[in-house]
Design a protein around this ligand. Structure first.
Ligand code: UDP
Length: 447
């Protein structure tokens, strides 16, 4: 009897943002190491850099972009993403159709980011297996599921009652309705509609989440029950497989600067690839950081204009105590012995990267899931401090001292260290994430 040829190609589709591209590329690398061929389908916005493409050994295909990135400003993020999904559906179908014709049907699965749900239509039409990849937390997906079942107007009315605000969501202590992340996502109605699209599993046969059960076990169990298809919590992926995925050039000179600093003395400040700060806030940050007397490494992205707007005397103070880069090699920075703390916007990748190095955090979440992550950091894992209220120099100075100098910070560092060991154990043989990844590979090989 003729042996059935194993299908070994995985098609990956990421959302066009650093925080989504990075874990998708890591997943690609991890699967590639298990013998799968990887095809990355991307739009024209925020493509993986050509050097990262070359070093990955993956096949890259670009589908035409019909929604310019500038539309984000006009429409707001949620409506922009919904429009992008509508616009990409047909071109992705064409792309998969061409791939099947040109390369034969060797596709074992399409793995797509939960916010690029346009991929589901092609998977259905061509009868291809598909899996959803959630690059944020299981808890965030729980919140999207809860939101997807709500009526926007009624929810906003109900939320005027403090008793409703304080009600725990789905028995997932300590989450209360007031923690459900809706701020910064624009008007509620379209956001709820977007959540409905995200949580709709369509024909997907599983959900991959870049998390680990030691971090959010109850949310994972809740999801598993709600979804009725396998959930693979196989993170943190950056330990399993490192992949070059930076959309910006990393400035490695900060490592030499870190080499000259005392152990556990430096506070590293980065608010990820999207969050913006107002000049007024930056000024308060700069003054508070200088007053704390701790050395600091600060990321001022090329698209942030605050660096030029600092008054000369503040600029001088900053360069005395601090070091500024446009984009840092963040994982290397967090692993450096001079690091004492990470002041972060609490994007999920940054959070995972910090925990994996046992670095305690100061949290300034700006929107959506970052607020959930900050809640976990401060109240569940107790490895960080949340900055409350307006940015003000005294508050900044106190937060830095609490984290780096005080006993309180030492306790957080200790707990961060324990969590780091648990996380690392979860990706080793016998660990929960290792098992989840093995199960995923077995499933993909059986296709
Ligand atoms: N990052 C980096 N250098 C920087 C700042 C950020 O390499 O100077 C990386 C960081 O390591 C993380 C990603 O950018 O992997 C940011 O993702 P995250 O989910 O934390 O935040 P987002 O950018 O999605 O808001």
């Amino acid at each position: 009897m003729e042996k059935r040829e194993a299908k070994r190609r995985i098609v990956l589709v990421s959302a066009p943002a650093q925080g989504h591209v990075t874990p998708m590329m890591q997943l690609g690398k991890a699967l590639n190491l298990k013998g799968f061929l990887i095809t990355v389908v991307q739009g024209e916005i925020n493509q993986v850099s050509s050097s990262a493409q070359q070093s990955s050994g993956f096949q890259y295909i670009t589908i035409p972009e019909s929604v310019p990135e500038s539309e984000v400003m006009r429409l707001g993020l949620v409506k922009f993403l919904m429009k992008l999904n509508n616009a990409r559906e047909a071109s992705f179908k064409d792309c998969i159709g061409r791939l099947l014709l040109q390369q034969g049907n060797d596709i074992a699965c399409i793995i797509y980011d939960e916010i690029t749900y346009f991929c589901a239509a092609a998977a259905k039409d061509f009868n291809l297996p598909s899996i959803i990849f959630s690059t944020t937390t299981a808890t965030h997906r729980v919140c999207c599921t809860v939101l997807s079942k709500l009526n926007a107007k009624k929810f906003l009315m109900d939320m005027q009652d403090p008793l409703v605000q304080d009600k725990v969501v789905e028995n997932l202590h300590p989450f209360r309705y007031k923690d459900v992340p809706i701020s910064g996502m624009g008007p509620l109605e379209p956001y709820i509609e977007f959540c409905r699209e995200i949580v709709n599993k369509r024909t997907a046969s599983a959900v991959i989440i870049n998390t680990a059960s030691c971090l959010e076990n109850s949310s994972l169990s809740w999801l598993q029950q709600e979804l009725g298809i396998p959930v693979y919590p196989l993170g943190p992926l950056h330990i399993t497989a490192s992949a070059k995925s930076s959309l910006l050039e990393e400035d490695k000179s900060c490592i030499e600067w870190l080499d000259k600093q005392k152990p556990k003395s430096v506070i590293y400040i980065s608010f990820g690839s999207l969050a913006q700060m107002e000049t007024k806030e930056v000024l308060e940050m700069a003054r508070g950081l200088c007053d704390s007397n701790q050395p600091f490494l600060w990321v001022a992205r090329p698209d942030s204009e605050w660096i030029e707007s600092l008054p000369e005397e503040v600029s001088k103070m900053v360069s005395k105590r601090g070091y500024i880069v446009k984009w840092a090699p963040q994982k290397e920075v967090l692993a450096h012995p001079a690091l004492g703390g990470f002041w972060s916007h609490c994007g999920w990748n940054s959070t995972l990267e910090s925990i994996v190095e046992g670095v305690p955090m100061i949290c300034t979440p700006s929107s959506g899931e970052q607020k959930l992550n900050a809640k976990y950091i401060e109240s569940v894992w107790r490895i960080g401090i949340k900055m409350e209220g307006e940015m003000e120099r005294g508050g900044v100075e106190r937060a830095v001292k609490r984290l780096i100098v005080d006993e309180e910070g030492a306790g957080m560092r200790e707990r961060a260290h324990v969590l780091k060991e648990k996380l690392k154990a979860s990706v080793r043989s016998g660990g929960s994430s290792h098992k989840a990844f093995d199960d995923l590979v077995k499933y993909l090989k059986a296709e």
